[in-house]
Design a protein around this ligand. Structure first.
Ligand code: ATP
Ligand code: MN
Length: 475
């Protein structure tokens, strides 16, 4: 029986068997206390082996990290800290672990645990993180399913490099030592597996739009890949993206969806991951003690989450944001590293000022200059800005990027050429604007950035089981 279920039982000396990994063993002459965890919950069950009940040879093999099955009677616990415990009658050792097992019960740095990604699941911190990650993923599907969206599986291998030219991983089955060349000396991709140059996708959006223009409401939830060499605490080379796309939605509907959706999944985690969040909240508090007073957060983790769930996001245009930034103290005192002026791509320091200092809540910025946004965003009447929206979160920065899409064939074609994309390459995308075009909008939420926010972790490498970052793809 899972420990999570077992801990809910009323003890009446019923016989149960627990299977899991030993977290600690505290031995005394007459009695041994063994804390066992099976990952179903942050809580351990305590097995008590009283003198003679278990033979000494077996008991010796019960050590931190070992995998065991303990059978015995479930009784009310004498000790504080748990309601029930297991009076051990039989222990089967599945796998031993000696003192070289790295996850000994002491404080390990997150850096150390990253190097032991194959074993870090067996710590309280990572158990909590990955249970919460699962719950959030489940909440994502639940939200969309309950609201009439269809999950669309967009391709992982793609031939369109429309979005992130230069930042894509190539997919080929050429012999890299001697790829076939054409008469011009260039690699001849027509001989490659797909008969063209292909890459791993950076976003499922373009294909998602095709689905939305028939099914009306779709969402994707899949892996995306970016070969950008940004070694930050917020970027991965492989991450999971959630991309809803909705026909007949305009920018404002899109903002409403983003806000409602994010609030729903965070609320779902608050309601279903209370134990894990309590644990991570304490962890964060400990971590913050080592920071100077002015860098510590005024709110605890759950307070922060509740705040986001209960308060409306601040909505303003890019132009209004620039005005605020220009009037701000750090700008006047030249404290920003990057200059502020209409037309710039906002830097993380600017976004954080708006969210953390000025508004002190999540912010949705809209109507960015067209030159700093993608070609498919709908042009505003002024011909200068587009119907883009970025959702910015405290401590994270951009968590969502989205827009209303250009639905006018001629305008889209013109923008495609303007930014240097060959219309031939995305003829299928353009064609949806020729046949029954409709206003539509959507956005992309980086799943790991959401998990970062909810768990209160600070490095994105700690919220995905096996991070892929520049120069790192072990495990
Ligand atoms: P950023 O400016 O932070 O690099 P972006 O503008 O490149 O983000 P989009 O292309 O709009 O991001 O992607 C949509 C969402 O995907 C972002 O809002 C973010 O949550 C997430 N995201 C983007 N790049 C990464 C990455 N390398 N690792 C993890 N999440 C990412
Ligand atoms: Mn980016």
């Amino acid at each position: 029986m899972q420990i999570k279920e077992l801990l809910k039982l009323t003890p009446s000396e019923q016989e149960v068997t627990v299977k899991g990994w030993v977290r600690t063993k505290r031995g005394q002459v007459a009695v041994t206390f063994i804390a066992i965890n099976d990952g179903s919950t942050i809580h351990n069950i305590q097995a008590v082996a009283e003198g003679g009940a278990i033979d000494e040879e077996t008991l010796k093999l019960v050590s931190t990290g070992a995998c065991v099955a303990v059978t015995g009677k479930l009784i009310a616990s004498m000790g504080s800290g748990q309601a029930v415990e297991l009076k051990a009658e039989k222990i089967v050792i599945y796998g031993t672990a000696d003192e070289s097992f790295p996850m000994q019960p002491k404080k390990h740095s997150l850096e150390f645990l990253r190097e032991k990604a194959h074993l870090r699941f067996r710590t309280n911190t990572f158990g909590a993180i990955f249970r919460i990650r699962h719950t959030l993923a489940f909440a994502v599907h639940k939200y969309f399913n309950d609201n009439g969206f269809f999950n669309l599986h967009t391709p992982i291998i793609t031939a369109s490099d429309a979005e992130g030219a230069g930042e894509m991983f190539h997919v080929t089955n050429f012999d890299m030592e001697k790829p076939p060349k054409g008469d011009d000396g260039n690699i001849d991709y027509s001989q490659d597996f797909f008969g063209r140059k292909t890459s791993l996708t950076v976003s499922g959006q373009l294909e998602g739009e095709l689905g939305a223009l028939a099914l009306s409401k779709i969402y994707t939830f899949g892996p995306t890949f970016r070969a950008e060499n940004s070694n930050t605490t917020r970027h991965l080379a492989e991450f999971w993206m959630i991309e809803p796309e909705v026909a007949f939605y305009e920018l404002e509907d899109n903002m409403n969806l983003a806000e409602d959706f994010v609030q729903y999944v965070i609320k779902y985690a608050l309601e279903n991951c209370a134990d894990d969040l309590t644990f991570l909240e304490k962890r964060l508090l400990e971590e913050e003690k080592s920071k100077p007073q002015n860098e510590r957060s005024d709110l605890s983790l759950t307070e922060k989450l509740k705040f986001v769930v209960e308060n409306q996001f601040q909505r303003l245009t890019y132009t209004e944001a620039i005005e605020i930034l220009v009037r701000s103290k750090p700008h006047k005192e030249k404290k920003f590293q990057y200059n502020v002026a209409w037309g710039i791509d906002l830097q993380s320091e600017h976004e954080r000022y708006l969210v953390e200092k000025h508004f002190k809540k999540p912010v949705i910025l809209t109507n960015y200059p067209k030159d700093i946004k993608a070609f498919y965003m709908k042009l505003d009447e002024d011909n200068k800005t587009v119907r883009a929206m970025d959702v910015l979160f405290p401590g994270i920065g951009e968590i969502i990027g989205g827009s209303q899409r250009e639905d006018d064939y001629e305008k889209l074609l013109a923008r495609t050429k303007e930014v240097g994309i060959d219309p031939e390459n995305i003829w299928w995308y353009l064609e949806t604007r020729k046949f029954g075009s409709a206003p539509h909008a959507g956005f992309g939420l980086g799943f790991e950035r959401l998990v970062l926010f909810v768990t209160g972790m600070t490095n994105i490498r700690d919220v995905i089981p096996f991070p892929r970052t520049p120069k790192s793809a072990e495990f």
